[in-house]
Design a protein. Structure first.
Length: 149
């Protein structure tokens, strides 16, 4: 886990990589959180990099229950496991860390959240790869591309 003085440069570095990837409608850092907004989602949704307790997370978050349910429905319908889909994207990005577990819940701010803890000691490059893998993984699920047309 990055220390406080190491986390701010990580946020800046991952934000730079997110902007360069060109897959987000807006990339912003505020209050120690990086938010990269999904450009074509049917409802507001963003990918985030943040600290919670002693861990650093990459997440997909939305206030829209409908959007979260549409993602869940796709997974049930196809029989795919979100961890497997994420691992495929991580492999494409040449991620070399351990397999990541994906938690799904509604948080205290009432955001529907899919999140994975980064491996201990992960740096900017790993965080950027996981963020971009999350974007690629979730882009095709549910109504994440519904606003495209």
């Amino acid at each position: 886990m990055p220390t406080d003085h190491a986390f701010t440069p990580m946020l800046a570095g991952v934000a730079e990589r997110a902007r360069a990837a060109g897959v987000f409608s807006r990339v912003e850092t505020e209050g120690g959180v990086l938010r990269c907004h999904a450009p074509a989602s049917a409802e507001p949704a963003w990918h985030a990099l943040f600290r919670d307790g002693g861990s650093v997370y990459i997440a997909l978050q939305t206030p829209a229950r409908y959007l979260s349910q549409s993602i869940e429905q796709d997974l049930v319908h196809t029989g795919d496991k979100i961890e497997d889909l994420l691992q495929e994207e991580l492999t494409e990005l040449e991620y070399e860390g351990p397999a990541l577990r994906v938690e799904h819940f509604r948080d205290e701010q009432k955001l529907y959240t899919f999140r994975s803890a980064l491996p201990a000691g992960a740096g900017t490059e790993t965080a950027a790869k996981v963020l971009l893998a999350y974007e690629a993984c979730f882009r095709r699920l549910g109504d994440m591309e519904a606003g495209k047309d």
